[in-house]
Design a protein around this ligand. Structure first.
Ligand SMILES: *[C@@H]1O[C@H](CO)[C@@H](O)[C@H](O)[C@H]1NC(C)=O
Ligand SMILES: *[C@@H]1O[C@H](CO)[C@@H](O)[C@H](O)[C@H]1NC(C)=O
Ligand SMILES: *[C@@H]1O[C@H](CO)[C@@H](O)[C@H](O)[C@H]1NC(C)=O
Ligand SMILES: *[C@@H]1O[C@H](CO)[C@@H](O)[C@H](O)[C@H]1NC(C)=O
Ligand SMILES: *[C@@H]1O[C@H](CO)[C@@H](O)[C@H](O)[C@H]1NC(C)=O
Ligand SMILES: *[C@@H]1O[C@H](CO)[C@@H](O)[C@H](O)[C@H]1NC(C)=O
Ligand SMILES: *[C@@H]1O[C@H](CO)[C@@H](O)[C@H](O)[C@H]1NC(C)=O
Ligand SMILES: *[C@@H]1O[C@H](CO)[C@@H](O)[C@H](O)[C@H]1NC(C)=O
Ligand SMILES: *[C@@H]1O[C@H](CO)[C@@H](O)[C@H](O)[C@H]1NC(C)=O
Length: 495
């Protein structure tokens, strides 16, 4: 009986037959600064939790974790280079931020080291043919989020969008977020306005541009969103003729019930304005194991007694993602070894992390054939205007690209009312357009490179870069893809 069990175990788990212990060097790039949702203190407990859980399943995998700061842009890639003089790591987790990730992933791909990150969400990283070949993205990228919009545009027959982007010129999260939306909407008229955090709201320009569009998609801080919604409400643009969205993927406390509330005299207007604002966010799922996980994470961060963040114990997408990264890697390594390859064959291991579905800590994780996670998103809308309360009205599943409509869903909300019959879009030659009134910089695409240059020259008064694309034009004069790559490159080398 016993020997039968052993035999079964041996056939089920061939690694057990090879009882040589595998020492796996894991280099983790995360910032120390706890103002990031993916700081070491927040994420490391999740990685350790996974490490612990894996000892039962893969007893001869010994993971040794080394946490490496990545607080400044080049710190991460220099650390990787220095460390690798002696011994290259077997696995890299992180970095999250785009500019660090670009440098680290390029070097790691060259050295045949697998990288799994819950970040590197920008569009450029989907290019796995060459420089980002060893990158696996365990959290849904911005491109996956953007699918929600292309699916909605198709479903509701919308035709035009205005992207309002608050760009901090540092992390540039909002810029990268809506860049992806821009990217997937080839078939629609899309215009974008970029503004800085510090400048006062240019409401006239913004309102004028809203009038020319059907759908407004915003990514900005919560206060800025409120300002824009109040301004739009004042001009009666929240009467159903325009559809407003904001994208807020990570910070659960900043959307939903009461996000309009500030305790000032504008609360009432804001509540009414937000009645036409929909929020796109990550779909949250829970399963029993997850509760235990989040309790453990909270305990670990409490033990550290972090004082510089109040919500450090909260589990977010990055915390979950890096946990699941460990599971995914272990399974892939196991598969690679079963095929007779060693842990040093990063290409082989990476290939086993793509095009599979596995059970993550919060639910099923499905990786597409390009090594990017399929994303699930929720659409939230105000369902009770008196109370100003929000509910999830629909979910979008990336794996089968379908919507699940909830009982609170009301399709009337997404119908554009009383316009456009007599307002056909005039076709325009896009490459002649796009001159920013203030800077005089001509912009050919939604791009980092030119904007960055503009920023250095006009740091004080840079404000709005307008560029537009009209229906049916050539796919962006062939410049877009290239510039996008440049944006990552030039920024990482400039800093
Ligand atoms: C592997 O297993 C064999 C037999 O079970 C044992 O003799 C050997 O010492 C083990 N090797 C290691 C490295 O544990
Ligand atoms: C942490 O990051 C925030 C936001 O980027 C910054 O304001 C703060 O100075 C940083 N703290 C430290 C200790 O570097
Ligand atoms: C999350 O949102 C809240 C409320 O808007 C804000 O105070 C907080 O700074 C945000 N946190 C992060 C990490 O963005
Ligand atoms: C939760 O996890 C801890 C440690 O990982 C374990 O000891 C405990 O049994 C788990 N509890 C449940 C309910 O699974
Ligand atoms: C790594 O694996 C690939 C197959 O995925 C194989 O073609 C290659 O020869 C292997 N490299 C080494 C050094 O074993
Ligand atoms: C992806 O996986 C499916 C099912 O596991 C398989 O049929 C398909 O051939 C795979 N595609 C690639 C490109 O490997
Ligand atoms: C908002 O409040 C309503 C009613 O109190 C509740 O049903 C809903 O779940 C809440 N939504 C969020 C996101 O908390
Ligand atoms: C799509 O996938 C989700 C999640 O896996 C599932 O709940 C849903 O039923 C699927 N929908 C269709 C139409 O297959
Ligand atoms: C809403 O307001 C806009 C601009 O003031 C106007 O053009 C439109 O006809 C109004 N729509 C409805 C349904 O009242």
């Amino acid at each position: 009986m016993l020997s039968l069990t052993v035999l079964l175990l041996m056939t089920l788990n061939p690694v057990l037959t090879n009882n040589l212990t595998q020492e796996i060097d894991v280099l983790v790039f995360l910032p120390k600064n706890n103002s990031f949702l993916f700081s070491q203190a927040r994420v490391a407990p999740a990685i350790r939790y996974a490490q612990h859980a894996l000892t039962a399943q893969f007893p001869n995998f010994h993971f040794s974790l080394q946490l490496q700061d990545s607080d400044s842009v080049n710190q991460a890639v220099f650390a990787l280079a220095d460390r690798s003089c002696e011994r290259k790591p077997d696995l890299i987790l992180g970095p999250v931020r785009e500019y660090e990730a670009a440098a680290v992933v390029r070097l790691a791909s060259h050295w045949n080291i697998p990288v799994v990150s819950a970040g590197a969400l920008a569009v450029a990283f989907r290019n796995k043919d060459s420089e980002y070949s060893h990158l696996t993205r365990i959290a849904p990228s911005y491109m996956k989020m953007a699918e929600v919009f292309s699916a909605m545009f198709e479903r509701f027959s919308w035709r035009s969008a205005l992207l309002l982007i608050e760009d901090d010129m540092k992390e540039r999260d909002c810029y990268f977020t809506l860049e992806a939306v821009y990217h997937v909407m080839d078939d629609y008229t899309v215009k974008s306005l970029t503004f800085s955090e510090e400048e006062p709201l240019r409401s006239d320009e913004i309102l004028q541009n809203i009038r020319d569009t059907e759908v407004v998609i915003m990514c900005a801080g919560a206060d800025r969103i409120r300002e824009i919604m109040l301004a739009a409400h004042k001009q009666q643009l929240t009467n159903g003729s325009y559809i407003f969205f904001n994208v807020d993927l990570f910070n659960a406390s900043s959307y939903g019930n009461g996000s309009w509330k500030r305790g000032d005299e504008h609360d009432d207007d804001a509540r009414q304005a937000y009645a036409s604002l929909n929020t796109v966010t990550l779909l949250r799922t829970v399963k029993p194991e997850y509760r235990n996980f989040s309790i453990e994470i909270k305990k670990s961060t409490d033990r550290l007694g972090l004082r510089d963040c109040s919500d450090c114990g909260n589990v977010n997408m990055f915390v979950e993602g890096f946990h699941d990264a460990m599971l995914l890697y272990a399974v892939a390594l196991h598969e690679a070894m079963k095929n007779g390859y060693s842990k040093k064959n990063g290409t082989e291991i990476t290939s086993h992390m793509w095009n599979i579905t596995f059970e993550g800590i919060a639910g099923q994780v499905s990786m597409d054939i390009n090594g990017d996670r399929n994303g699930d998103f929720s659409l939230m809308a105000m369902t009770n205007v008196e109370a100003g309360s929000y509910e999830v009205v629909a979910n979008y599943f990336g794996v089968n690209k379908t919507f699940q409509l909830m009982s609170a869903f009301d399709s009337k909300r997404f119908m554009i009312k009383g316009r456009h019959e007599a307002n056909p879009e005039l076709p325009q030659k896009s490459c002649e357009l796009g001159v920013s009134a203030l800077t005089g910089v001509t912009v050919g695409a939604l791009l980092g490179a030119v904007m960055l240059i503009a920023f250095y020259f006009f740091r004080k008064n840079y404000r709005i870069i307008i560029q537009r694309r009209t229906h049916g034009e050539e796919p962006y004069c062939g410049k877009h893809h290239q510039l996008q790559e440049d944006s990552i490159k030039s920024n990482s080398s400039a800093a």
